[in-house]
Design a protein around this ligand. Structure first.
Ligand code: BTN
Length: 330
């Protein structure tokens, strides 16, 4: 068997395809199937564990994934698209390990159309807002980025990240996950724990057309021993106690975004405001807004049409465009 990097990757993907059922597979059987020695199989399994996968190795029984997974599949995502979108599968790219799906979209910006998106099994340099790292273990989350061009410039993007939060929430509801909450400006929470985050990177100049790279990270089933997440978090498996198919979720999310983004481009945040308010995590709650060294305390009163956070301070409503919410300690 050739030893190139690509072929190593191919063997590991095939190995995972075998293990994804969550059953035991003996080292001997795997060695025969892949025409490799048993120690080569053991090394590939070790490498998969280093990517964040939990694989048990039990003497006499073989290898077994601690939790069954569903690998991303371009054809399965295509199968889940509705009939009117079946001809749009060329707008969907599925990758194995990338630095960041936002990088992959950005690198192709000159050649791709609005609505093009990329999904990956893992990110080696996933990023979150405010320079944070987005921990991205293999096959345990959705790492997703979509390009959208705004012909009238970046002013038309006001509130974009809030609208994306609404669409992620709608998709979760559509797939039977319970009611999630939205934390201004762009986090999705369940039971006060973060389930998903949104990172929008803008390319373009004032006055000219501009493009948004919309990055979404949604925890599906994180490994039990996941490290490096510095805030309370949850995943879909914990919430719903079932394996949520990433391919189905991806297809529904992509279709919902394809439908919502043209509406947002024409009408802005208006058609989405009431859905955002319904899921507002901090509506009528006392919160602190941190912005640099400034701390503003007020009562959350939803958002306006520009996506600004409304806070009631001394009985007056004030709008805030930047900052991060922290809950006021009791
Ligand atoms: C945040 O809450 O801080 C935003 C997290 C955004 C993570 C996603 S995962 C897909 C895309 N690629 C990245 O590197 N980041 C976003």
């Amino acid at each position: 068997m050739p030893k190139g990097k690509e072929s190593i990757q191919r063997v590991r993907t095939l190995l995972l395809k075998t293990l994804q059922d969550g059953e035991f597979h003996s080292g001997e059987h795997l060695a025969t199937t892949f025409e490799l020695s048993r120690s080569a199989i053991s090394n590939h399994v070790k490498a998969l564990c280093e990517l964040g996968l939990e694989i048990f190795s039990v003497k006499g029984r073989g290898y077994k994934l601690a939790n069954p997974i569903e690998l991303l599949s371009h054809s399965q995502i295509g199968d889940y698209l509705c009939a009117s979108n079946k001809n749009k599968t060329s707008l969907i790219q599925v990758e194995n390990i990338v630095t960041s799906t936002n990088d992959i979209v950005k690198a192709q910006m000159l050649e791709i159309e609005s609505g093009f998106c990329c999904l990956a099994e893992a990110q080696s340099a996933g990023r979150g807002r405010r320079g944070r790292t987005w921990v991205s273990p293999y096959a345990s989350s959705l790492y997703f980025s979509m390009l959208w061009r705004f012909s009238s410039g970046y002013q038309a993007m006001a509130g974009l990240s809030l609208m994306i939060g609404v669409i992620v929430n709608d998709t979760l509801l559509e797939l039977g996950v319970g009611q999630c909450q939205l934390k201004w400006p762009n986090d999705i929470y369940f039971n006060n724990r973060k389930l998903a985050g949104i990172l929008i990177e803008v390319e373009g100049q004032v006055g000219a057309s501009a493009s948004a790279i919309i990055g979404i990270g949604l925890n599906i089933r994180l490994p039990n021993d996941v490290k490096g997440i510095d805030q309370a978090f949850t995943d879909l498996h914990t919430i719903s106690q079932q394996l949520i198919g990433r391919n189905k979720f991806a297809a529904k999310l992509i279709e919902n975004l394809w439908e919502a983004l043209p509406l947002f481009e024409n009408e802005g945040m208006k058609p989405f405001i009431s859905r955002w308010q319904q899921a507002d995590l901090y509506n009528n709650k006392e919160i602190k807004l941190l912005s640099g060294k400034n701390v503003t305390v007020g009562i959350g009163r939803g958002i306006d049409e520009t996506g600004a956070l409304l806070l009631e301070i001394d009985r007056k409503i004030q709008a805030f465009h930047g900052g991060e919410i922290s809950v006021r300690p009791a």
